[in-house]
Design a protein around this ligand. Structure first.
Ligand code: PMP
Length: 424
């Protein structure tokens, strides 16, 4: 209906015409603001760049927190979403569609999953982890085992089940009792892992191959391999949360593929899978998800709907046809080498385009990373992220060019000079 279209366009235009200050004001009174004040009002994006309501341009080395795998407003993603929506949009989980089936097959093929493996589609990382947790809870019930393990420093989401597996006390404690029986093991400590498995009461363990929110901290291969042996020998499920590391981010399709001999029972994905269109997935490698959960025991209305699965298929296609798995290593190594040269930097942990940067503590500055993030954004048009007081995280689009990486480094150097990040 033409009149409805013109109303929608007029509203969009009005919103677009508002200043950042006005919109931030309206945000404060109309949104819950659980994350505090937004850093900026963004109105447009293209590739690795975004623009705010005043036309200010930023290079985005955070990529929607490891989500915008192909950058902003990628033409392929826009076109497949709009043509899928124009053909068939939402269908519910009572039906399926060609893109849903094709995406499940493609993910299983990229993961080289054995026969009998299967996929469940959700809408986010938290939801994918909720599904994995239900599978572990059911295993716990059917085997009579008691414990579920996760690691100190873990982040698996903020919905209540996923929060039960998330370690940070500040996120958990305001909510009192969560799912019981979850124990947190010290990070990368094989002795503690072995001790936890001495009693045959572990139903499952949740691991991030590289802890993203904790500052891009990798689990040792030996740790993951030992976890695999112990879960095998004690009939516990090994769940790898690849929400942040999966879909090409670290230079493999999935991070576990860089670790010899480790195939998990379950793997969760989200973030970059849909290039920004919300989609999460649970892959089951040991038996069909339906067998793990019990037939008809899990579901979601939106999960795997045609536009989301079309966006994800296009993302995987672009990564594959663009040779982005090797590209992320080239650009990531280039960035890491330059970052290591900076006098303010003590350590760089780089896995493809998943990069953690530790800053040298600065006398009199409580959180130099946050300081730098604000200076970089406000004065140098660079978006990066702090994961702790002295750690930065970079998770740019996988197709970031070397020229864009150099431009970002230039802006970062200028921000370092400007910010109080150096002992005088
Ligand atoms: N798992 C990991 C490893 C994550 O990094 C995140 C998000 N930061 C989540 C789960 C939760 O994903 P979402 O925000 O999509 O629910």
């Amino acid at each position: 209906d033409a009149s409805l279209t013109s109303v929608a366009l007029a509203e969009q235009h009005q919103t677009g015409a508002a200043t950042s200050a006005e919109l931030l004001d309206r945000y404060q009174s109309s949104l819950t603001g659980v994350f505090g004040t937004p850093q900026a009002v963004l109105v447009r994006g293209s590739g690795a760049r975004v623009w705010d309501a005043e036309g200010g341009e930023y290079l985005d080395l955070l990529g929607g927190i490891a989500v915008n795998a192909l950058g902003h407003a990628h033409p392929l993603i826009s076109s497949v979403i709009s043509s899928q929506q124009a053909t068939l949009g939402h269908i519910s989980n009572l039906f399926t569609s060609p893109t849903q089936v094709a995406l499940a097959e493609k993910l299983l093929s990229l993961a080289k999953a054995p026969a009998g493996s299967s996929v469940f589609f959700a809408n986010s990382g938290s939801e994918a982890n909720e599904a994995a947790l239900k599978a572990v809870l059911r295993h716990r019930k059917t085997t009579g085992k008691q414990r579920i393990l996760a690691l100190e420093g873990s982040f698996h989401g903020r919905t209540t089940g996923a929060l039960s597996l998330t370690h940070k006390p500040a996120y958990r404690e305001p909510f009192g009792d969560l799912i019981g029986g979850v124990g947190f093991l010290p990070f990368n400590d094989i002795d503690a892992l072995e001790k936890a498995f001495e009693h045959a009461d572990v139903a499952g363990i949740f691991l991030e191959p590289i802890q993203g929110e904790a500052g891009v901290l990798p689990l040792d291969n030996a740790y993951l391999q030992r976890a695999r042996e112990l879960t095998h020998s004690s009939d516990a499920l090994m769940v790898l949360d690849e929400v942040q590391t999966g879909v090409g981010r670290t230079g493999q399709w999935f991070r576990y593929q860089a670790v010899g001999g480790v195939v998990p029972d379950l793997m969760t994905l989200a973030k970059g899978l849909g290039s920004g269109f919300p989609i999460g997935a649970l892959l089951s490698f040991s038996e069909p998800v339906s067998a793990l959960m019990g037939a008809g025991q899990h579901g979601t209305t939106f999960g795997g709907n045609p536009p989301a699965t079309a966006a994800a298929l296009a993302t995987l296609h672009a990564i594959e046809s663009g040779g982005l798995l090797s590209h992320v290593n080239t650009v990531g190594e280039h960035l890491a080498a330059a970052l290591r040269e900076l006098p303010q930097v003590s350590q760089v942990r780089q896995f493809g385009l998943h990069i953690g940067v530790d800053l040298i503590p600065v006398a009199g500055v409580e959180a130099p990373a946050k300081d730098l993030v604000a200076t970089a954004r406000e004065r140098h048009g660079l978006i990066i992220n702090a994961t702790g007081e002295t750690t930065l995280r970079l998770a740019p689009p996988l197709n970031l060019s070397l020229a864009e990486a150099d431009e970002a480094l230039e802006r970062l150097r200028a921000a370092f000079t400007d910010a109080r990040t150096r002992n005088q």
